[in-house]
Write a protein that binds this ligand. Structure first.
Ligand code: NAD
Length: 339
């Protein structure tokens, strides 16, 4: 029997996780939840996902729009083994009570604080700790991207300290509320940005400080990393190490990938759904050891890098697979993340 997954919040992250879950052979989407009728609600139905209204008050709107719903979130929760909460941040406490009332496991996204679930997840770094849990949070897109590289480096060489500057996309491409803008905004203006402490919610022993700047772009985030390792190593060894990781894609400016725009074009040309890039895009020709310290650039596709982590979190919490590396392989294979 397939595990039954409900998706509450069918926006940027929710709709991608729904497709990723539907692509797996050990889980299925039993319903997706929208607050109001929209083109996304119609498409969810076309894809065969049962559609539910967030609350009874929303039913009338759906009735008027002639988009039929199968019921409300509360009814859906009674059918599900686990719910992916991809609502905008800050509804966590309220929905936590509801999920617990219906005795359903729940996974939140990076917009909620670590304290909501007391457990933050990354597939490679702490899959084992997620086994059988009732509540978890998949950390944000930036933190997922940082944990992937820091976990790999820490395991191989030990990280003495990491100093990272994040250039953050200001809005998602479909977001008309936040833009257009014409400025670079230090955010927050004073150290630290939340990403460093957030990395520590998964890798508590890493000395990391992050600064972040919002930039006038919607495509991807760009990270500039400076890392002091405990053991000496060569640039080639770092390239080799990243080449072995399942969710790091090495690219080169020699192949004319010199920007986030070209990294996104690569994803589109690879035929990725919605042009998504689930992996960290690390420029191998940016990897430098300078005065004993490691430097490199990576780009993070904010709309999609957390998607495979949500699938693995489901598998771990429902104990569909007890080994993290097997789950990662299975997820990647089902998504077509093989080249
Ligand atoms: P979004 O605004 O694109 O989608 C949120 C969806 O939830 C929308 O469909 C909205 O209609 C629905 N919704 C709003 N209130 C609701 C409610 N009370 N009950 C049910 N549904 C409700 O948001 P998003 O970008 O997908 O973000 C979702 C979560 O994922 C947030 O925690 C965010 O921080 C996190 N996240 C976002 C990104 C990103 O770049 N977009 C990346 C990683 C993590």
């Amino acid at each position: 029997m397939k595990a039954k997954v409900a998706i509450n919040g069918y926006g940027t992250i929710g709709k991608r996780v729904a497709d990723a879950v539907a692509a797996q052979d050990d889980m299925e989407v039993v319903g997706v939840v929208k607050t109001r009728p929209s083109f996304e609600a119609s498409i969810a139905k076309e894809k065969g996902f049962p559609l539910y209204a967030a609350a009874k008050e929303n039913l009338e709107d759906f009735k008027k729009s002639k988009i039929e719903v199968s019921g409300t979130l509360e009814e859906l929760l009674d059918e599900a083994d686990i719910v992916i909460d991809a609502t905008p941040g800050d509804t966590g406490e309220e929905y936590k009570k509801l999920y617990q009332k219906h005795d359903v496991k729940a996974i939140w996204q990076g917009g909620e604080d670590h304290e909501l679930t007391e457990f933050s997840f990354n597939s490679e770094a702490n899959y084992d700790d997620a086994l059988g849990r009732n509540l978890a949070r998949v950390v944000s897109c930036n933190t997922t991207g940082l944990v992937r590289v820091l976990y790999a480096l820490d395991t191989a060489y030990g990280v003495r300290k990491a100093r990272v500057t994040l250039m953050r996309r200001a809005a998602d491409p479909n977001d008309i509320k936040t833009g257009p803008i014409n400025a670079l905004v230090p955010d927050p203006i004073k150290l630290p940005s939340h990403h460093g402490p957030d990395v520590n919610s998964i890798l508590p022993d890493i000395d990391i400080t992050t600064m972040a700047v919002k930039t006038s772009t919607t495509l991807m985030h760009l990270h500039a990393l400076n890392i002091e390792l405990k053991k000496n190593c060569a640039e080639d060894e770092i390239i080799k190490l990243f080449g072995t990781r399942p969710r790091i894609r090495l690219v080169s400016s020699r192949d004319r990938i010199r920007s986030t725009a070209e990294a996104m074009e690569l994803a589109k040309d690879m035929g990725r759904p919605r042009g998504d890039m689930w992996e960290n895009v690390v420029w191998k020709d940016s990897i430098s050891i300078n005065k004993g310290e490691l430097y490199f650039f990576q780009a993070i596709h904010q709309e999609s890098d957390v998607v495979p982590e949500n699938v693995d979190a489901i598998r771990a919490m429902l104990e569909l697979e007890t080994q993290g590396n097997k789950s990662i392989k299975k997820t990647n294979y089902a998504l077509g993340m093989t080249s």
